[in-house]
Design a protein around this ligand. Structure first.
Ligand code: IMP
Ligand code: MG
Length: 181
């Protein structure tokens, strides 16, 4: 993973995955999803807010017709640990009944958020549900959720940028970085 000079306005963030690494991996995921969803009507469900930047790039790398939907979720609590208590902050605009849904997440950490989402989607009668996460932190897993498509497996460090936040900051960094103390 190559280093990229940190941006001057974020000196406390060390680059872990630079723009080029992200673009390459997103392209690979898009190519795989293009093969896997050929001839099937795909609905990409972007989980807000964290997955917004990843999903925006990913859908442009998937070369099949698709629907793009957004679901806002938040877990109570702030800082670097989620409480595990998840709520929907904004729902999709259209029903997901009978759809082939790909849930797009920024990061799967404990798995509590994804477990909540999968249960909620199960109740909505989707035809199929698969999961795609840019980042996976398996060492922190509490719920044994299946991530069908993973961008990068990462160690237990708090990451920001490319959609990921710390108390709503740093989402607009063009790379994934480690927040230094
Ligand atoms: P989980 O429910 O513990 O799997 O966490 C899922 C959510 O927690 C993600 O969608 C993120 O919003 C947030 N999260 C977990 N780890 C990180 C991190 O390292 N940086 C930023 N957000 C994180
Ligand atoms: Mg978050």
């Amino acid at each position: 993973m190559s280093e990229e000079f940190p941006v001057p306005w974020a000196p406390c963030v060390r680059v872990l995955l630079d723009r080029a690494a992200l673009a390459t991996r997103v392209g690979e995921l898009g190519a795989q999803l293009t093969l896997d969803y050929a001839g099937r009507p795909l609905t990409v469900l972007c989980v807000l807010k964290g997955a917004s930047l990843f999903a925006a790039d990913l859908v442009r790398a998937i070369e099949v017709p698709l629907h793009l939907e957004f679901l806002g979720v938040a877990s109570y609590g702030s800082g670097t640990r989620s409480s595990g208590e998840v709520r929907i902050t904004s729902d999709t605009g259209t029903p997901l009944h009978d759809r082939d849904v790909l849930v797009v997440e920024d990061i799967v950490d404990t798995g509590l958020t994804l477990r909540f989402l999968l249960q909620a989607l199960g109740a909505r009668g989707c035809r199929t549900v698969r999961t795609c996460a840019l980042l996976d932190k398996p060492s922190r897993r509490v719920e044994p959720v299946v991530v069908d498509y993973t961008g990068f497996t990462v160690e237990d460090r708090f990451l920001v940028g490319y959609g990921l936040d710390h108390d709503e900051r740093w989402r607009n960094l063009p790379f994934i970085g480690v927040l230094e103390p």
